[in-house]
Design a protein around this ligand. Structure first.
Ligand code: MN
Length: 205
């Protein structure tokens, strides 16, 4: 089971809209499809949070530059505290004064499997996860590899693909909007919702 103590220590449920749920206790077979999410988080420093369902929680990494589809790129991914499974659908504005204050969108969402069919908890422990992602924006083979720097917190995220593919390598710039709401972090932070736009249009009729 994952450990949500650090998650709860950093947050006050009275002051943030983020979910507070227990770790899920359903057990999945080792090679099962599990959930993944990438949330773009406009905190003090903009970053993308990659989260993988592992043992009932979301194992999490903060990726300062976001994922890339260019197989030559190795993106730093700093391991952060496990998040509740329900966090995979969280999109909102964390109010000023709270941990991680700022707007967060669900930039990509989907399922993943381990390439070798082993339980991902083993790769997490060993410091190497070979993954097949099936999301809206991230698809195909990716790897997370722990490095010797950062006291065990620093990993590298890379896309394993033949070079010269037709994919938009700079995917975080090419496809900035949420896969849930269609909003960018700027729109979410600015209080724009698609519903409000529709209402404004109706008001003009
Ligand atoms: Mn974050």
């Amino acid at each position: 089971m994952g450990d949500l103590r650090r998650y709860r220590e950093k947050r006050d449920p009275e002051r943030t809209p983020e979910p507070f749920a227990e770790a899920s206790r359903h057990a999945l077979p080792p090679g099962a499809a599990r959930a993944f999410v990438v949330q773009q988080h406009a905190a003090r420093r903009l970053h993308w949070d990659l989260r993988l369902e592992i043992e009932g929680v979301l194992a999490s990494w903060a990726v300062p530059k976001g994922p890339s589809l260019d197989p030559r790129e190795r993106r730093l991914a700093v391991r952060t505290e496990d998040h509740p499974f329900a966090y995979a659908d969280f999109e909102g504005v964390i109010p000023a004064g709270n941990y991680g204050a700022g707007a967060m969108i669900v930039w990509d969402r989907g399922v993943y499997r381990t390439l070798d069919g082993e339980a991902p908890a083993e790769g997490l422990e060993a410091g190497k996860l070979d993954l097949v992602l099936a999301g809206h924006k991230l698809r195909g083979r990716f790897a997370l590899v722990r490095t010797r720097s950062g006291g065990g917190r620093d990993w590298l995220l890379l896309h394993k693909a033949p070079p010269g593919g037709a994919e938009a390598a700079d995917v975080v710039r090419a496809e900035p909007a949420s896969v849930l709401s269609g909003l960018t972090v700027e729109e979410l932070r600015g209080g724009v919702t698609r519903d409000a736009e529709v209402l404004a249009l109706l008001g003009e009729l």
